[in-house]
Design a binder for this molecule. Structure first.
Ligand code: DP6
Length: 321
């Protein structure tokens, strides 16, 4: 029996956002979504089964974690153990090169790597679709980080039908503008609940996102980068609009984020194909063609630390960590 496995996964950046669940228990989203898996900011996670009867332990970047993070990992491992018919507890060691909690989706790379390593040591099915379904139970967007390059997450109606899958798309690059790498005040999970419970625009958000996903899939098939960028920017700003419309209001974008969106707009006025997006945090990500990425990065560098990223690999086991 293998008692240890190490997996690596990367975050993904959604071009059509997931914001809202229809079933929190099964982690079924209220709409489908679409993303690019990045080639930077990996999370590397080792799962080692305990043979001494001790409890689950989570170590994040060399420090033993407690609280919510540890409880979430234990809940996830409980699900894995239930499926595997195992009682074995585990030591989980995770190293993250994503600024944790800053809206750069560290939970996506984290649970994609954990699902992949845990599937190996607990001897669960290791095909891509099974791992994507499993990763979803840890954090919704993690199901897309199982997939390389570009992924569509089918919303589905039950555990079986809700998973991410690879799609073909034209070559894209992204320029990540890191404005703040601190932890966000309201978690996505909490803010999604608040949106469903209090926003008068929640239903309109769901309907418009479902339509945008259809349009985005068509734009990807047709290789239409301009359309992809336009759809992604509108979808991201609609997500932030519905988030701000909660009571009490939650606002992830800062004044500096809006300055970056202005910078992107003026680059567009100069004829460069570039569009903005942002997850549940202040950092802004510019979407562009690979040939324009260096110029976009140069132009946005006055706003914050910039990183050019390209489509990256899906979650996988490492032979020699
Ligand atoms: C804004 O997947 O982090 O990044 O499922 O509750 O763990 P949970 O939420 P999470 O939410 C991601 C929200 C988003 C949009 C996206 O990635 O599609």
């Amino acid at each position: 029996m293998t008692i240890e496995a190490t997996a690596r996964a990367h975050p993904n950046m959604a071009l059509v956002k997931y914001w809202g669940k229809r079933d929190e228990q099964l982690m079924l989203p209220s709409t489908g979504s679409l993303s690019m898996t990045l080639d930077e900011f990996p999370t590397t996670t080792t799962v080692r089964l305990r043979t001494d009867g001790g409890p689950d332990v989570l170590e994040l970047n060399g420090v033993v974690a407690g609280g919510d993070a540890a409880a979430r990992v234990t809940r996830f491992l409980d699900l894995v153990r239930e499926r595997a018919g195992s009682e074995a507890r585990a030591i989980v060691r995770s190293r993250n090169e994503v600024p944790t909690g800053a809206g750069l989706a560290s939970s996506a790379s984290g649970f994609a790597a954990l699902a992949t390593a845990a599937s190996a040591v607990y001897e669960l099915p290791q095909d891509t679709t099974s791992r994507s379904r499993l990763a979803r139970r840890g954090s919704g967007s993690a199901c897309r980080s199982i997939i390389d390059r570009m992924a569509v997450w089918h919303a589905g109606t039950d555990d079986e039908s809700s998973y991410a899958e690879r799609i073909d798309a034209p070559e894209l690059a992204m320029v990540v503008v890191v404005l703040d790498s601190g932890r966000k005040k309201v978690s996505s999970r909490e803010a999604m609940r608040l949106t469903a419970a209090t926003s008068p625009f929640a239903a309109a958000w769901r309907e418009s996102t479902a339509r945008t996903l259809e349009d985005m899939l068509a734009a990807c098939r047709e290789g239409d980068v301009t359309r992809i960028g336009e759809l992604a920017e509108v979808n991201a700003l609609r997500m932030h609009a519905v988030i701000q419309s909660t009571s009490p209001s939650v606002r992830y974008l800062s004044g500096r984020s809006l300055d970056v969106f202005d910078g992107i707009e003026s680059l567009r006025a100069d004829g460069i194909g570039v569009w903005g997006t942002a997850d549940a945090g202040p950092n802004v990500v510019a979407i562009t063609r690979p040939a324009d990425a260096a110029a976009v990065a140069e132009a946005l560098t006055s706003h914050g630390e910039v990183r050019v990223v390209r489509p990256g690999p899906g979650a996988r086991l490492l032979e020699d960590p």
